[in-house]
Design a protein around this ligand. Structure first.
Ligand code: HEM
Length: 136
C-alpha cells in the first residue's frame, strides 16, 4: 500500500501546521464551536465537559501532521478509531460535516501558510482517514 498523498501535499499539510500554537488546543476549541454551531444536533453526542475531547482531537491532528509522509502506515490505528466511533452510527454526511468544520478551523488558524492547494491536501487526508474509519 502506498501513501495516498504526494510528497508535495504532505509538505503543504506540515507547513500549514507550523504556525499553530503548541498543543493545537485553540484549533480544537474553534473546531467544536464551528461544528456545534452548524450542527446543533451533534451536541448531544458529546460530553458536557469537552476538555479531554479537545485534547484528544488536538493530539490526533498532531499525529496526522507528523505522520502524513506515511499516513497509510496509520491504517490500523485509524481502524481502531473507527471502531470507537461505531456506536455513534456516523454517516458520510456526518464525516463531511467534521471535515468541513476542521478545514474551516485550520484555515482560520493558519493564516500565513494557507492556500487553496493546502485546503485540498487537508481535504484529501481527512477524507482518507474518514474512509478508513467508516470501513470497519
Ligand atoms: C475525520 C474524522 C474524525 C476524527 C479524526 C475523530 C477523532 C476522534 C477522537 C480522537 C476521539 C477520541 C476517541 C477516544 O476517546 O479514544 C473521538 C471521539 C468522538 N467522536 Fe470523533 N472523529 C471523527 C469523526 C467523528 C464524527 C463524524 C462524529 C459524529 C458522529 C464523531 C463523534 C465523536 C464522539 C461522539 C466521540 C466521543 C466523545 C466522548 O464521549 O468522549 N467523530 N473522535
Amino acid at each position: 500500500m502506498e501513501n495516498p498523498l504526494t510528497r508535495h501535499e504532505a509538505e503543504l499539510i506540515q507547513h500549514s501546521f507550523n504556525r499553530i500554537e503548541p498543543g493545537s488546543i485553540g484549533i480544537a476549541h474553534l473546531f467544536y464551536q464551528t461544528l456545534f454551531e452548524r450542527h446543533p444536533d451533534m451536541v448531544a453526542l458529546f460530553p458536557d465537559d469537552m476538555t479531554r475531547q479537545k485534547k484528544k482531537i488536538a493530539d490526533t491532528l498532531n499525529i496526522v501532521v507528523n505522520g502524513c509522509m506515511f499516513i497509510h502506515k496509520l491504517k490500523h490505528s485509524l481502524e481502531e478509531l473507527g471502531r470507537v466511533h461505531k456506536p455513534f452510527k456516523a454517516t458520510q454526511k456526518d464525516y463531511d460535516a467534521v471535515i468541513d468544520a476542521l478545514i474551516y478551523s485550520l484555515e482560520k488558524q493558519c493564516i500565513e501558510h494557507w492556500s487553496e492547494e493546502t485546503a485540498l491536501a487537508w481535504r484529501k487526508v481527512l477524507q482518507y482517514i474518514s474512509n478508513i474509519m467508516m470501513s470497519v
